[in-house]
Design a protein around this ligand. Structure first.
Ligand code: IWH
Length: 317
């Protein structure tokens, strides 16, 4: 029995590693068939010895049970919304307000704003224990079972830490097109855009449906920074990488607002070539101390702003 438990634990570790290489690093080290063979072995072993099936087992990635409803979740730390900037002047005004509050010596982190569904993920001693939608920022829905099927969400972190992180679940453009193709063939209503498709997939009570939708995630914030020993947002993102989270690598540290504007310019150009949709860029003051000095308005941080791309004129034929 001890042998069976050890073999199951080793398969958990190995399959989670392969899953990380494929879905987070996009650098698999084994063929899909090899991964599948090991997965089939683990499924059989867990059927034979269900007592050794743990919450970080990769066999639950494929879904398998149907919930009858989603529980409500209260976010200990509210999930905030961002103020918007629609052009260069708005961004320069933002920079002036930052300079007035913290002085000239400040830098920014610029990130892509993924057009998906905001989620909060909670880990205890390194294990994924709960995932929730943003909801109204204070009360969201518990969608843990569906989030376990998002292959790029780690079920166990590289360190046994207790942490809450925020990010965006999204559906890549190709998966969206393929899903709508199937919907059309079935004469079902297609989704209007990848964001609605991701949200609709996570709202399914049957986890097998969510598991089949090729959802992905980028994490972009540490909510519970008390236990974490980092002094800036950019260090926080590197820490998330070190724990085994998937973060968006297209981020850039900008020392001046002119560098921010250059980033805006370049991503206005490159946006259509991305494999996922973005609806803007997020610009954050990097230093946590300066974020603290700037504080919040009623519902948004003063140390961050979302630059929104102009709405594309829809050519209706
Ligand atoms: C049959 C099969 C199994 C697995 C995958 C995709 N994949 C591959 C790996 C891998 N190579 O390390 C890890 C996780 C994973 O999800 C496909 C597309 C098809």
């Amino acid at each position: 029995l001890l042998a069976a438990e050890k073999e199951i634990q080793q398969l958990h570790q190995l399959l989670n590693k392969y899953n990380y290489e494929y879905h987070v690093l996009d650098q698999p080290s084994v063929q899909d068939a090899e991964y599948d063979k090991l997965m089939q072995q683990l499924i059989q072993l867990e059927e034979q010895f269900p007592q050794f099936k743990t919450s970080d087992s990769p066999t639950q990635r494929v879904g398998g049970h149907v919930l009858d409803m989603f529980e409500k979740v209260q976010h200990e730390i509210p999930m905030l919304s961002l103020g918007n900037a629609f052009g260069e002047q708005d961004l320069r005004d933002f920079d002036r307000r930052v300079t007035q509050a913290v002085g000239e010596d400040h830098s920014y982190v610029c990130e892509l704003k993924i057009d998906g569904l905001a989620v909060s993920l909670r880990y205890e001693n390194g294990l994924f224990v709960r995932g929730a939608t943003r909801g109204d920022g204070t009360i969201g829905e518990d969608i843990t079972a569906n989030l376990r099927t998002v292959r790029s969400i780690p079920l166990r972190l590289n360190e046994p830490v207790t942490i809450e992180v925020r990010g965006e679940v999204f559906m890549p453009k190709r998966s969206f097109e393929a899903l709508n193709q199937v919907k059309k063939e079935r004469e079902e209503e297609p989704f209007a855009n990848p964001r609605n498709a991701a949200a609709g997939s996570l709202r399914q009570l049957d986890t097998k449906i969510a598991a089949s939708r090729n959802l992905d995630v980028f994490l972009y914030n540490i909510a519970s920074t008390d236990e974490v020993d980092v002094d800036s947002h950019s260090e926080g993102l590197d820490y998330l990488d070190s724990l085994g989270f998937k973060t968006n690598q297209e981020r850039k540290k900008c020392k001046t607002i002119d560098e921010v504007l250059a980033f805006v310019e370049s991503w206005t150009e490159k946006r259509p070539h991305l494999p996922y949709e973005i609806d803007g860029l997020v610009i954050k003051v990097d230093s946590y101390e300066q974020q603290q000095q700037l504080g919040f308005t009623a519902k948004s941080p003063r140390w961050a702003i979302a630059y929104k791309f102009p709405a594309e004129e829809v050519i209706t034929t």
